[in-house]
Design a protein. Sequence first.
Length: 67
Amino acid sequence: MKLRLVVEHDTEAGRWSAVFPELPGCASAGDTEEEAIRNANEALELWFEPSPEPLPVGAKVVEVALP
């Protein structure tokens, strides 16, 4: 699976932003372009971690993989 990462420089803030458009809330930033990309990869890993929310009684958990 490939995802788009949009990396932009904010001249006002003097920082770089990195956003995965297809994953709401999955974004990061950094002082350099490289740092923003590195931080975005960490954000991506965290975005896909299972939620700590308790599951309803009787719920079934199924693992899925993306090709």
